[in-house]
Design a protein around this ligand. Sequence first.
Ligand SMILES: *[C@@H]1O[C@H](CO)[C@@H](O)[C@H](O)[C@H]1NC(C)=O
Ligand SMILES: *[C@@H]1O[C@H](CO)[C@@H](O)[C@H](O)[C@H]1NC(C)=O
Ligand SMILES: *[C@@H]1O[C@H](CO)[C@@H](O)[C@H](O)[C@H]1NC(C)=O
Ligand SMILES: *[C@@H]1O[C@H](CO)[C@@H](O)[C@H](O)[C@H]1NC(C)=O
Length: 296
Amino acid sequence: MKLFSLVTAVILTLTLPRTATAAEPIRAIYLFKDVLKFNTTALTTSNFTTLIIFGLGITEDGSIKYYSNTPGSVDKVVATNGTYVGGAVLTQRVRSLKTAVNSSVSRVEISMNSQNVRQLMNKPGASVNTPLAKNLAALRSHWDLDALSNNDGSIYDLASTVAFAKLVGKLGYKYTILPWQNVDYWATLVRELNTEALDDNDELLDRVYLQCYDGGAGNDPRSWWARLGTRVVPLVWVTNDYKPVYGSTPAQARAKFSNWKARGSVEGVEYWNDYDIEKTKPPYAAYGDALDSVFV
Ligand SMILES: *[C@@H]1O[C@H](CO)[C@@H](O)[C@H](O)[C@H]1NC(C)=O
Ligand SMILES: *[C@@H]1O[C@H](CO)[C@@H](O)[C@H](O)[C@H]1NC(C)=O
Ligand SMILES: *[C@@H]1O[C@H](CO)[C@@H](O)[C@H](O)[C@H]1NC(C)=O
Ligand SMILES: *[C@@H]1O[C@H](CO)[C@@H](O)[C@H](O)[C@H]1NC(C)=O
């Protein structure tokens, strides 16, 4: 019995995830609305530290496309044949997210699904000399991007995802994920990409954004943290008229975040998304303040 407890204790000590010393509080929000259309001033001065641009995708030839999710906007190829083609206005707008006067933002990510990744990793492969790699490199330098976020919710192909993530790392991006199900798959991916010797901040896959609404409404950040062994940033949906039952007011968001933080399982907090905030019109700052009070 005694030996059993000792062994159990050792195993627990070895397998419990380490808590990273966050360089700064993670207070993030997804930019679902077209980057050219949302209120940049409000968004960059409401104390968010990370902005994630939603809706980038890879086409069959390895070009990068920015898919419009905003009425009146059109889908746009932003990098092709190794060259940035998104235009100067878009470049300036994305860069301003970090450089605007009084901006609290220090990290900008692009969120991508996994369409065409398996095919392109197979042929022409995961070299930095492929069109896809050159396109990602061009996009990163024009937009001054910090990370690429994988929001795959349907393909889950481990080998090509590992190859792609390593390629992305070589190009200078950090890599993040946005799971809502399939914890075993994501846990394997984390193990393939990260070396437990490093602080989470130094790992290639340095953040896990966990969807905690809609299909992921039952997700417990603490159990994901234990399974993945890396920091978990729970994602909450703001007040919205699409699926109102999953929306949280600033006060409800604050209560959720405080509760998760008290359980010691999260290292930051995050919202889905700016489009709904602008539509339902609570001030951005109210959502930002809900984060400040939890993650100072
Ligand atoms: C943008 O947000 C700022 C700060 O909240 C506000 O003063 C301004 O009126 C907003 N602009 C538009 C066009 O909504
Ligand atoms: C692709 O880029 C190469 C080298 O920059 C250039 O010579 C070629 O014309 C481009 N092809 C297309 C289709 O734009
Ligand atoms: C930046 O913040 C300072 C201090 O709060 C304020 O006085 C100034 O007006 C702000 N500048 C802009 C452009 O918002
Ligand atoms: C931003 O958050 C910090 C805590 O991290 C807080 O001290 C500060 O007052 C907040 N600033 C604004 C403009 O809300």
